[in-house]
Each structure stands twice: as C-alpha cells, then as structure tokens.
Ligand binder design. Structure first.
Ligand SMILES: *Cc1c(COP(=O)(O)O)cnc(C)c1O
Length: 390
C-alpha cells in the first residue's frame, strides 16, 4: 500500500475539521480566547476530585452517570429519564446528528427531503457545520439579522431559506459569538412551528437573564443543551448534558459509548451541584466585570454589542479586527477572531478576572495612543512633503 490516504473515506479526506481556540502554554499569557471561567472550581469540588484519585481509578465509572442524572433531575424539576450526560456537550451534539439525521446517501433522489438536513443560524457555534459534514448530512445555514437577532417566523417564511421540516436544528442561545440573548417567547414561537428536533444550546445561559428550559419540558421535539465547562469552571473535566423528552433522550442513549462520561468528571459535576451559591457569586462577578469593560471599551471607541454571556463581541476602532488580534497578541493577550464575512470586523473577548481585563484595557489604550502618534507623525511628514513639493 503506497498511499494510505486512499484508505480513508472520501468524505473524511475532504473534511474541514473544527478548529478549536488555541491553548498555548506561554508564560504570562492572558487567555481571553476560549470563554473559560477565570475563577477556579469551588474548593469543595477540588477536594472531592482529589479524594477520588486512588486505587479505584482501575474501575469503570457508572455507565449511565446515574447519581449525576438523579441530582440534575431534582435540580431541574424533571426525571432522570429526561437527562443524558455527555463527554462535554460537544459529544451530545454529535450524538444528536447520528441519532436524528439521515445521511445524504439515504435520500435516494427524494426531492426536498428534509430528513438529512442539519440546520442552524449563522453566525453561531461553528461546530454545527462540521458535525453535519462528518455525518454526510445537508447543512442549511441561515443568516441571522444584521444585529444577530433571530428573524421572526413570518420573515423566515417569506425568505424561504429556513426549512421548517429540517431533521435537526441547532440554536445557540444566548448566541455565540455575538453574545446576543434571545427571549424564551421568541424561541417558543419558532419551536411551535418547527417539525424536526430542535436543540437549544445554552452553553452560556448562566450569564443571561432568561433560560428556555421550560421549552424542553413542554415540547417533545425540543432539547436543551447545558455544560459544566463555562459557567462551572470545569472545561478540563468534559461534562455536559441534554434535557428533554424521554424518547429523544433514550435514542441518544442507544448510540453513545457505554462509559462516555469519565469518573472524575462525574465526581466533579456532582460536587458542583452542592456548591451553587459559590458559582452564582462568580456569575455575578463576571456579569459585573462584563458591563464595566463594555463601558470602558465604548469610551475608547469600540462598538460593543450587548452581551448575555461571559464574553464581549466588539468592533474595534482604528485598525481592522485581525490587526488588533496581532497587536494584542504581541502584548501577550489572546482573544478570538473569526474569519467569516459577518464576523471578520469583530473580536470576541472572554471576560477574565478584573486584573486580566485591566491589562486588556491598558493594552488597548496603548495601541490607540501609538496609532494616534503614528498618524500625527505621518501627517507632519505628509505636510512637509507637500510643502517641499509645492
Ligand atoms: C463551549 C461550547 C460548547 C461545548 O461545551 P463542552 O461542554 O465543553 O463540550 C457547546 N456549545 C457552545 C455554543 C459553546 O460555546
């Protein structure tokens, strides 16, 4: 065998994989690029995880994350059968495409077949299109309004791009990367007319004013996705979950690996649910910092979109956004830039600790100050050139 590439399915050969935010290990780097929580897990959570690290690591964990599902069910006012836990919510989003969506090859020439359609708004979480591609499904990407609002149902009908029968629809709510929040009322209006499965991806909902959990408990085709990663400072442990109708949950349960949630992750998530007061304080701190930084960036000339998340989506002044990305990086501050037409003028900045955000603001002031000096000098040179030529 000369060329091992030929052993790979053509679909996989051509696949553009998901590109996660960088995780560089540079000393002193201020990392505001992947929406991690700046505050550590509660000391009790750390103690619980440490106490679980001993000879028992040789054993398999509970295959159904039973204790965690029972505790989550109590917390959310539903039954354990309404909950599935995953290796991060990312795993569950992938399982949903496998369980609910046909592949294109299964369409067999049926025109306007919706059974192979994965649908989402753009911009939103960029994993969805990759999941559709991996599965061999059809992606239907429908633009949000220019202010990142969800178009009203009447508008979606009029524009004829939205597929009301799509097998699976992902909605990031609050939206990423814009940070915009959506009311439960507008989400419900869409849920009511949508025929296929809808996943409301609430990765950032703890920083928002509203959540749409009740829609998952009311409509059999609606699932809500949550994660311990962002709000509960547990990215490293990889624990997320879906809430919804027991038939949909049972379908997902059939296609998952038997031990999909690692044991230490289950321990950490269980301990987290006993420490909600600690985390609520963190949400409040992050929201307060977010609002403060939004005001200060606005003063510096940034256009700051309203945020219901732990990040800000901002349109910077003076240089293109990717120029800012580089200039901040030179000052050891890492933020995120998405190179799509509707996002390329913006930076996404995770809300860090107060010290980290002060460093960001200081860097932004320096960058702007240098730019002004630069244009002044440039202006003087230009004037001299004009005078000597004139
Ligand atoms: C971070 C994120 C996820 C993934 O979270 P994990 O539980 O860490 O896999 C899902 N959806 C959105 C919108 C996110 O930003």
């Amino acid at each position: 065998m000369k060329d091992a590439r030929k052993l790979v399915r053509p679909l996989v050969r051509k696949l553009q994989p998901y590109v996660p935010g960088e995780q560089p290990k540079i000393k002193g780097l201020i990392k505001l690029n992947t929406n991690e929580n700046p505050y550590p897990p509660s000391p009790r959570v750390l103690r619980a995880v440490k106490a679980a690290v001993d000879g028992r690591l040789r054993l398999y964990p509970n295959p159904a994350a039973q204790a965690l599902r029972e505790k989550l069910a109590k917390f959310h006012g539903c039954k354990p059968e309404n909950i599935i836990v995953g290796n991060g919510s990312d795993e569950l989003l992938a399982l949903a495409t496998r369980a609910f969506v046909e592949t294109r090859s299964a369409e067999r020439g049926v025109r306007n077949d919706s059974r192979a359609v994965v649908q989402y708004f753009t911009p939103s979480y960029s994993l969805y299109s990759v999941l559709a591609a991996i599965h061999g499904a059809r992606a239907n990407a429908v633009p949000l309004e220019s202010n990142f609002g969800i178009p009203a149902v009447a508008e979606l009908r009029r524009a004829k791009k939205w597929n009301f029968r799509a097998a699976l629809t992902f909605i990031t709510t609050p939206n990423a990367p814009s940070g915009r929040g959506y009311s439960t009322a507008e989400l419900e209006a869409l849920c009511r007319v949508q025929k296929g499965v809808m996943i409301l991806d609430e990765a950032y909902v703890d920083f928002a004013e509203e959540n749409a959990l009740k829609l998952a408990l009311k409509y059999p085709h609606v699932l809500v996705s949550r994660t311990f990663s962002k709000a509960y400072s547990l990215c490293f442990q990889r624990v997320g979950y879906f809430i919804g109708d027991n038939e949909l949950i049972a379908a997902l349960d059939k296609v998952r690996d038997s031990y999909n949630v690692n044991g230490l992750g289950q321990v950490a998530a269980l301990a987290t649910l006993d420490e909600l007061a600690y985390y609520r304080k963190n949400f409040q701190r992050i929201v307060a910092t977010r609002e403060q930084v939004a005001r200060e960036l606005t003063v510096l000339g940034f256009r700051v979109l309203p945020s219901q998340t732990n990040f800000l989506f901002v349109r910077p002044p003076a240089f293109p956004a990717n120029g800012w990305l580089q200039k901040l990086r030179e000052r050891k501050i890492l933020v995120r830039w998405f190179n799509y037409p509707e996002t390329k003028d913006f930076l996404r900045i995770t809300i860090g600790s107060d010290d980290e955000m002060n460093a960001l603001l200081k860097a932004a002031r320096e960058i702007l100050f240098r730019q002004r000096i630069g244009t002044m000098n440039g202006g003087a040179r230009l004037r001299r050139a004009l005078i000597s030529n004139g």
